[in-house]
Each structure stands twice: as structure tokens, then as C-alpha cells.
Write a new protein. Structure first.
Length: 167
């Protein structure tokens, strides 16, 4: 007859818990989410309406920024769900809460678009760096995710702003 074993290491059912984001971390990630959604939308507006010298390179480069912002927003929203937070990606919420400056309407020349989108990349990155600071203490895993996304967007900002540099 097989006897039950007595374990000193097994957790009881009640001892198993999951990590949940604090309200502060959830709010930080929500702010990152809306800024990345807005960056994605502004990037497409720029992609469609840019004109002038070096049009084709910039038109294509803007889609790389759009892809990074869109994929980043999905990563952040899904990380929020994994931590039992509830992302709000509704357009009304994005307009009401994004930190990015408004993007101007109509056609824009390439030099202006470089400056506009560089500023908006750094606005989103600023929000992400602040969120990463909060995550560092509370949840290093989320901090790592933010770290990767910040690295990618800061590289995009450099690739973009260098277009307007003169030596
Ligand atoms: Fe396109």
C-alpha cells in the first residue's frame, strides 16, 4: 500500500499568490499605453502627409516608428493584463490623457516632420522613463520590458533627428 508523503516544501493552495500591479504602477503603464497609441496615430499622419526632399526615406522610416509604437502598445497592454490591471485604449481616453503635443494638420515638409516626430518620440520616451523608474522598485520584470521599448524608441529618435543635423 502506497502511503501519502509528508512534504515540508509544498505550498498550500492558499499560500499561492500572484503579483498584481499597484494602482500607481497601473496608472504609469496606462500613461505609457496612451502615449504609444498616440505616437502610432501621429506617425501614420506624418507618413501620409510628409512631402519634399528625401520623401521616400522618411515616408518609410515613419512606418518603422509606427510599427515600434504599435507593437509597444500591445506589449504594455498585455503586461498590464498579466498583472491584473485593465488597459484603456479607447480613442476618447487617448485624446483626454496623452502627453504628446498635438500633431498639425495638412501636408508638412520633411524637415518639419523630422522635428515634429523627434519631439513626440521623446515625449513618449519621457513617460516611459518615468514609468520605468516606478517599476524598478515594484516590479523589475516590467522595468525590463520598458527598458527594451525605451531603447528601441530612443534609437528611432536618433535615426530621425540625424536627418536634420548639419556638419
Ligand atoms: Fe503606408
Amino acid at each position: 500500500m502506497i502511503m501519502g508523503t509528508t512534504s515540508k516544501t509544498r505550498r498550500t493552495e492558499a499560500e499561492v499568490t500572484s503579483f498584481q500591479a499597484s494602482p500607481e504602477l497601473s496608472a504609469s503603464l496606462q500613461q505609457v499605453l496612451v502615449d504609444l497609441i498616440e505616437l502610432h496615430l501621429q506617425g501614420k499622419q506624418a507618413h501620409w502627409n510628409v512631402v519634399g526632399t528625401n520623401f521616400r526615406d522618411l515616408h518609410l522610416q515613419l512606418d518603422e516608428i509606427v510599427d515600434a509604437a504599435r507593437e509597444g502598445s500591445d506589449t504594455i497592454a498585455e503586461r498590464m493584463r498579466a498583472l491584473d490591471a485593465v488597459p484603456d485604449g479607447r480613442s476618447d481616453t487617448v485624446v483626454a490623457t496623452t502627453t504628446l503635443p498635438e500633431f498639425p494638420a495638412y501636408e508638412r515638409n520633411t524637415g518639419e516632420v523630422v522635428d515634429l516626430m523627434t519631439t513626440r518620440l521623446y515625449a513618449a520616451v519621457g513617460t516611459m522613463r518615468a514609468a520605468r523608474g516606478r517599476a524598478d522598485d515594484e516590479d523589475p520584470i516590467t522595468a525590463d520590458i520598458l527598458h527594451q521599448l525605451i531603447e528601441g524608441l530612443e534609437k528611432q529618435a536618433w535615426l530621425l533627428k540625424a536627418e536634420n543635423w548639419k556638419v
